[in-house]
Design a protein around this ligand. Structure first.
Ligand code: C5P
Length: 221
């Protein structure tokens, strides 16, 4: 038998940025590299889980043993997450764009010497909050929070607001976005665990260990 700690579990992970199209050649994006989410997918697969990784546009290799679904926009990511359920644990690491343009223009917008266009934005669905509230809610839902100040306070509020079991707060005041290291605090109902700054692969392994332990507890092993 396979004694790896996540054997028999399905772990659903989102990673990377989303791209929100403006016209066929332009989009709204952010600086997420996807590294932390891909590292968590790799660590979960190495621990024996079946892993579904819903990835925004990134330049990263698929980790061994991971089922990857590529998406562009937040709405595509939301649909892919729904389709991947049920799961034993969900780890929403993606830096989902908060806004998309209200009106996609299906031909390239031209300058033509006229005034610059005004982009009208509307809010994207909150994938994490919707998952937490859904009737297919995984037993363990983990969100991330990128903060530059009052990291733990913001994450504690976010945990409640989003209905997540845990929020992994990362301090992005340094060069975390795109960088190789991460400085995280795991906020749960029981309190806060501060991890030292370390490579994203080590953060991933630490988190996966805790996920395996939590699933043992909640789902009776
Ligand atoms: O609200 P904020 O973007 O700071 O929340 C971050 C957390 O929520 C992350 O886990 C992120 O993946 C998730 N999120 C989401 N869908 C959104 C916005 C954020 O799943 N539209």
């Amino acid at each position: 038998p396979d004694h790896r700690p996540l054997y028999g579990r399905h772990v659903l992970i989102t990673a990377g940025p989303t791209h929100e199209p403006i016209d066929p050649v332009r989009y709204i994006a952010n600086r997420s590299s996807g590294k932390q989410g891909f590292a968590i997918a790799a660590a979960a697969a190495a621990s024996g889980a079946r892993v579904t990784l819903v990835a925004g546009p990134v330049h990263l290799e698929t980790p061994p043993g991971v089922d990857r679904i590529d998406v562009e926009s937040a709405r595509e990511m939301a649909d892919a997450v729904k389709s991947a359920l049920p799961a034993d644990a969900a780890v929403m690491v993606a830096a989902v764009a908060d806004w998309r343009t209200r009106d996609f223009v299906d031909q390239k917008m031209k300058k033509r010497g006229s005034a610059p266009p005004a982009l009208i934005l509307e809010e994207n669905p909150d994938i994490l909050a919707n998952l937490s509230a859904s009737d297919k809610r995984p037993p363990l839902v983990v969100g991330f929070a990128a903060e530059t100040n009052d990291v733990v306070e913001h994450a504690t509020a976010k945990r409640k607001r989003k209905g997540a079991d845990w929020i992994v707060a990362n301090d992005v005041s340094g060069d975390v976005m795109g960088g190789s290291h991460n400085d995280v605090h795991i906020v749960t109902s029981k309190g806060v665990e501060d991890l030292p700054e370390m490579p994203k692969e080590d953060v991933a392994r630490a988190l996966v260990e805790r996920i395996a332990a939590a699933l043992e507890e909640t789902a009776g092993g």
